[in-house]
Design a protein around this ligand. Sequence first.
Ligand SMILES: NC(=O)c1ccc[n+]([C@@H]2O[C@H](COP(=O)([O-])OP(=O)(O)OC[C@H]3O[C@@H](n4cnc5c(N)ncnc54)[C@H](O)[C@@H]3O)[C@@H](O)[C@H]2O)c1
Length: 368
Amino acid sequence: MATKVVVNIPGEQPYDVRIGSGVLAGLGSHVRSACGIEGEGRALIITDSNVAPLYRDAARDSLKEADLRVRDIVVPAGEDSKSLSVLGEIWEAMAQLGFGRDCVVVALGGGVVGDLAGFVAATYMRGVAVVQVPTTLLAMVDSSVGGKTAVNLEAGKNLVGAFKQPMYVGADTGTLATLPDREWRCGCAEVAKSAVIDSDDFFFWLTDHAEAIAARDPEAVSEAIARCVVLKADVVAEDKTESKGVRECLNYGHTLGHAVEKLAGYGTFSHGEGVAEGMRFAARMAIDLVGASPEFAAAQDELLDALGLPPLDWSASPEEMLDAMKRDKKARGGHVRFVLPRDVGDWELVEVDDATILAYLRKWAEEK
Ligand SMILES: NC(=O)c1ccc[n+]([C@@H]2O[C@H](COP(=O)([O-])OP(=O)(O)OC[C@H]3O[C@@H](n4cnc5c(N)ncnc54)[C@H](O)[C@@H]3O)[C@@H](O)[C@H]2O)c1
């Protein structure tokens, strides 16, 4: 049985997110109805070299069964495909294949494919429909919903992009069976982040089901994804273009996390491992700066441990860490901001001065 969450963003057409095992088989009919395709329609699957051999046929068969003409483009797996050169190749291929404004782009893969294909759809012929078919836990709980799309520049990640809401999101949890453990844990960090910023209800539910989720229990996983999607949909509905500060809560753990990822060398730690470390760090700052309780920080530590996200056995010099934080694109005018939880479900965006950050970073490095 699939769970359905409706994402209703002011000024946008509402869209369904279907979550459950077997959702991929119904892709074609959902694409047809969500995109209002009558008569002949054309779909372009954009996927990557790891996902294509696993799930492209199932996606293609379902689209064909719904009488859509289907082509696909396979990009190399990995962050490097979110590039201007790959983007240009896809635009050219679409034009060569004769895709018009009435086509639907189907993003089949993780966040890399979702961001890339979403940006293709936002820009090709000034915008065509996109459907997200996430196949990583991270993409299911986070990147496939909310409409942020982007490619990277030499100067940094996600520097060119657009807001482009999908017409439909189909999250087939059956595809998660083949996800490598490292990618699994990466998604788990985003689930933990969502629970902390959402509510006691989500946090305690997740604490109770952390082991089941770490063991990929299908029911617990589907429920966790649905809870994350509900939160993300609510946040995005309030702050569609990330301009009101509401959407900032989704960056919990990311201030230190991004610096860790960068200084350790991209690929050393996954994004999720960085975020989990950043959550531990932010919770400790939150005790002094916004009155969080030590019990909250301890409960969060236990949750992260249970999800397979232990503290990192790595540190860098506090000065280098601060420098990396200041260069992050989320910093404003060189000022570093942290999402700090006062408690579960209650957060504040705080600009923290350099001396205070350095003091906490020293403590963090000493404890390693
Ligand atoms: N748009 C947003 O709101 C948003 C939010 C968070 C992250 N992101 C972006 O998402 C990207 C990271 O996404 P990701 O973590 O999904 O990485 P990813 O897309 O690179 O996928 C991770 C790896 O898993 C493989 N894979 C995917 N599905 C699989 C499956 N079912 N079985 C086996 N292997 C599979 C991929 O080929 C890849 O090697 C980053 O580029 C980040 O910037 C975007």
